[in-house]
Design a protein around this ligand. Structure first.
Ligand SMILES: [Zn+2]
Length: 509
């Protein structure tokens, strides 16, 4: 009999970590971070967990053997700095982690896991996580790329002796989102991950629904995010309505349009790229977003994500970077003040900005090194520094500025003592978010300070109550186990028989 243990995602939105055991085979479905639990004890940036023990103290991690990196390793240090190993690490006891998608509430603790535990996911999820780790260093979330086994749609994989998985693409507010059909010796389990029926990949979700409807599913583990949340009342029903609303706001606006969406939502970039074309404006992406969009398909054998905008479709806003004193080229020869603030195109850039500027760095340093096999981005595609910001503020009707970090963008753009003429279109669900972000109050203060008109154009990454009901009625699972929801009981109203997961309790199926 298969057994399920839920180590997160129970009566909370996010934090999915579900252990499935069958015979000698053990797999986790997702290994996500619990925002609500971490948020009770930690606060960025002054009080943060810095190692696995800090997280174990607040009981957010499964206490299992053979799961974590270097667990069981004991090292004795000698006063002279030498050390020797007293106990060797545990044996691996988990066969795989099956990932639905890259949001932190599904992947946020992957970096703690032994790299010899294979991770199964879509190729787009693997690449997304690589790009995210180039942009934001996050020790708890960074999985080794070597751990990944990418699975095609409809491909079946055997895991251990006792399990097979089949992967499906589903629509969600991130690239590469997957759902799975998992077959044990005598049970069929479907896991939705996070999904919806109203974005650009609606057909993929429908295909998943139709295929599992043929399978007589015993247990459906499904998300129910929107069964409790009232905070998305301002949201539109579909991605297409977001497009229409943004076109309407932009056409009426003579000033600058700033659009703010989740960093992981690449479909929204496609939408705003369409809005820019429709309204005759130029799209300007912040450097993080540009990095995702340009590099998702770069150096891959085939496209991981279809219909992405390319460098001809947008400009890149290179965020402000102080000229560091290590930029000896200028500091030693010309200036010597301690509080020197001169922005520089290349010097002092790091991480993903360095990769975006790689060709320029190569040329300026006359290095022959093939720097990250970089994309050639012409200088004129970058807007940066005081002149770049001045160009945008002087011609506000020409641009749509797309950001994932509104407060930072406004900090950089708002001139001291002046206002910006324009609209700020907010395209996120607040206060809930899947990629740790700023508090909404701080954003509102900056918008007020800038004098911008606040508008809303967003659609949820999650299925509506109606769509969930239709989904349950089409699939007809014998049992529903709701996760990633604060209103599990609602599934009863959809005619489902519910088995409510209990945190850390082993449930036999
Ligand atoms: Zn998600």
């Amino acid at each position: 009999m298969p057994k399920l243990t839920f180590y997160g995602g129970v009566d909370e939105i996010g934090g999915n970590k579900i252990l499935l055991e069958e015979g000698n085979t053990k797999v986790f479905l997702d290994f996500g971070m619990s925002f609500s639990e971490e948020g009770k004890f930690f606060e960025f940036p002054l009080l943060r967990p810095t190692n696995i023990d800090d997280l174990r103290k607040i009981n957010v991690l499964p206490e299992l053997e053979g799961l974590y990196k270097n667990a069981g390793l004991k090292v004795r240090y000698l006063p002279n700095g030498d050390f020797f190993v007293e106990e060797t690490p545990e044996e691996r006891k988990i066969d795989a982690i099956i990932l639905s998608h890259g949001h932190l509430d599904h992947t946020g603790y992957l970096g703690l896991v032994r790299p010899d535990i294979p991770i199964y996911s879509s190729a787009a999820t693997k690449k997304f996580l690589k790009l995210r780790s180039d942009i934001n260093k996050n020790w708890a979330a960074e999985a080794s790329q070597e751990s990944f086994n990418t699975v095609e749609v409809d491909e079946e994989r055997q895991i251990g002796k006792d399990l097979t998985i089949r992967r499906f693409d589903v629509d969600h507010s991130i690239v590469g989102a997957s759902a799975y059909l998992i077959c044990t010796k005598n049970k069929k389990i479907a896991y939705t991950g996070d999904f919806r029926f109203h974005g650009y990949r609606q057909k993929e979700t429908e295909y998943f629904q139709n295929e599992i409807a043929k399978e007589n599913i015993d247990v459906l583990i499904t998300e129910g995010t929107r069964l409790s949340r009232k905070d998305e009342e301002k949201a539109f029903d579909t991605e297409e309505e977001v497009f229409e609303a943004c076109c309407e706001f932009t056409k009426k606006e003579k000033g600058l349009v700033i659009y703010d969406a989740s960093p992981a939502d690449i479909d929204r970039v496609k939408t705003l790229s369409r809005v820019a074309k429709e309204t005759g404006r130029e799209l300007v992406l912040d450097d993080k977003k540009a990095y995702f969009v340009l590099y998702l398909n770069h150096n891959e054998q085939k496209n991981l994500v279809e219909d992405l905008p390319n460098i001809d479709d947008f400009k890149i806003y290179l965020s402000r970077e102080k000229l560091k004193k290590t930029s000896k080229k200028f500091t030693e020869k010309i200036f010597n003040e301690d509080n020197l603030f001169v922005e520089n195109f290349i010097e002092g850039r790091s991480g993903h900005q360095k990769i975006l500027l790689a060709k320029q760095i190569m040329e300026s340093k006359k290095s022959s090194e093939d720097f990250f096999k970089a994309i050639k981005i012409p200088d004129k595609k970058f807007l940066w520094g005081p002149l770049g910001r001045q160009e945008i503020l002087s011609n506000p009707g020409k641009y749509i500025l797309y950001t994932s970090n509104g407060p930072l963008t406004l900090l950089q753009f708002v001139p001291a003592g002046k206002k910006i003429e324009g609209s700020y279109i907010y395209g996120k669900a607040e206060p809930f978010n899947e990629e740790m972000e700023f508090s909404h109050d701080i954003l509102e203060n900056w918008i007020k300070l800038a004098g911008l008109n606040m508008k809303y154009a967003h659609t949820s990454g999650h299925a509506s109550a109606d769509d969930l009901k239709k989904f349950i009625q089409a699939v007809k699972p014998k049992l529903v186990m709701p996760v990633h929801t604060e209103n599990a009981a609602m599934f009863e109203k959809f005619g489902a028989k519910i088995l409510r997961p209990e945190l850390k309790k082993i449930m036999e199926l």
